[in-house]
Write a protein that binds this ligand. Structure first.
Ligand SMILES: NC(=O)c1ccc[n+]([C@@H]2O[C@H](COP(=O)([O-])OP(=O)(O)OC[C@H]3O[C@@H](n4cnc5c(N)ncnc54)[C@H](O)[C@@H]3O)[C@@H](O)[C@H]2O)c1
Length: 343
């Protein structure tokens, strides 16, 4: 029989609904507390999910003391991730927190160190890793079907009219969205960042205050070059939210539209100007291989890891390398030069 795990959720805004929907489907998980500095938000969330037994409050420490949960789910804004995570770890809780891991590399390092010291899990909700398509692609690439990867190109073009905090946010594309894409690039390439040169700008006609577009050139380990081109104010011919990808290996290429469309080819002759190529099939993961996707998939893996002591793939000590790509790109754009990425 699976152990019942008790959890407190902090930050009862829009994304907390995705978390509670996923939590609802977990048999041996009980939400025992909801915390928000805006008490109305916490009450509204409790009402929406009919959580009548939960303790509701504005002070995390108090709720942790009275409920002694196993886990804290952190759905607060990025600036609050450090204080919530450190408080939760100090109370002996495992933490699953929303992306981005932290609002600075300094805070991220503090959080990773605190988790190691406490001997607790701290993992990040990098939900776009939990899709059957990207897992199928990564498995295909790891099999060596197109040889050693040399180049990864990615385009993200969406005309997103959010309204709200993003309209005023500095580095909006890199900070709020690119973490998903840059993290996906690490999964796809199987490589880590070494350096970046980035141009970030706010195009004429942008409805954002700052940094709606960016182009970044990353050098990755194993001599892989990764290019990211993105915009949140590109009207028309949008890519998927997962981006449009081309991966080149020394024995072939793959394109992926971020959805269900893949094409992969490998040469079948070893002479000639343009070599004849055959198509290869990319097997997308099945429901058996990945029963739950998105937030639900990430939550499932995290709970399993809490129970078994296994490490989830979005553990903060690894995810910090994806965050370093974001902050490296911002530093490069601000300085107008290539910067090394230290992680
Ligand atoms: N994984 C995804 O696909 C995805 C999608 C959207 C948002 N997010 C992330 O989720 C997080 C929250 O985003 P959102 O859109 O729900 O924002 P939101 O503004 O709707 O909600 C955030 C909530 O946190 C509360 N809060 C802020 N500081 C707090 C603190 N110190 N203690 C307790 N509560 C506090 C706010 O009062 C608010 O209710 C962000 O990190 C964001 O990047 C992730």
């Amino acid at each position: 029989m699976e152990k019942l795990l008790k959890a407190v959720l902090v930050g009862c805004g829009s994304i907390s609904h995705a978390w509670l929907n996923a939590a609802k489907a977990e048999a041996n998980l009980e939400i025992v507390g909801l915390v928000d500095i805006n008490i109305d938000a916490a009450h509204k969330l409790a009402e929406a999910f009919e959580l009548v037994e939960v303790e509701i409050g504005t002070e995390l420490q108090k709720i942790l003391q009275s409920n002694k949960p196993d886990i804290v789910f952190d759905c607060t804004v990025p600036e609050a991730h450090v204080s919530v995570t450190l408080a939760a770890l100090a109370h002996g809780c495992h933490v699953l927190g929303e992306k981005p891991l932290a609002d600075s590399m300094e805070n991220a390092r503090k959080m990773v160190e605190a988790a190691a010291k406490a001997g607790k899990l701290y993992a990040v909700m990098q939900n776009r890793r939990y899709a059957r398509q990207i897992k199928g692609l990564a498995t295909f690439l790891r099999s060596g079907a197109i040889g050693n990867i040399t180049t990864v190109n990615c385009d993200f073009y969406i005309g997103a009219h959010f309204g709200g905090f993003r309209d005023e946010m500095a580095h909006v594309l890199l900070l709020d969205m690119a973490i998903h894409t840059l993290d996906a690039a690490r999964l796809i390439s199987g490589a880590d960042p070494v350096s970046v040169f980035c141009k970030e700008w706010n195009p004429r006609g942008s409805w954002y205050a700052h940094g709606a577009s960016a182009i970044a050139l990353f050098e990755m380990t194993r001599d892989i070059v990764f290019t990211y081109r993105g915009s949140w104010c590109a009207e028309g011919i949008n890519t998927t939210w997962e981006s449009d990808w081309r991966i080149i290996g020394d024995k072939g290429s793959v394109i992926w539209d971020g959805g269900d469309h893949f094409k992969a080819q490998t040469p079948v002759e070893d002479s000639g100007f343009i070599r004849k190529c055959d198509d290869l099939e990319i097997p997308v993961w099945t429901e058996n291989e990945m029963p739950k996707t998105g937030h639900a998939g990430a939550l499932r893996e995290f709970l399993e890891c809490v129970r078994t002591g296994r490490t989830p793939e979005t553990v903060a000590s690894d995810n910090i390398k994806s965050l370093a790509m974001v902050f490296g790109a911002i530093e490069s754009a601000d300085a107008g030069k290539r910067v090394e990425i230290l992680g």
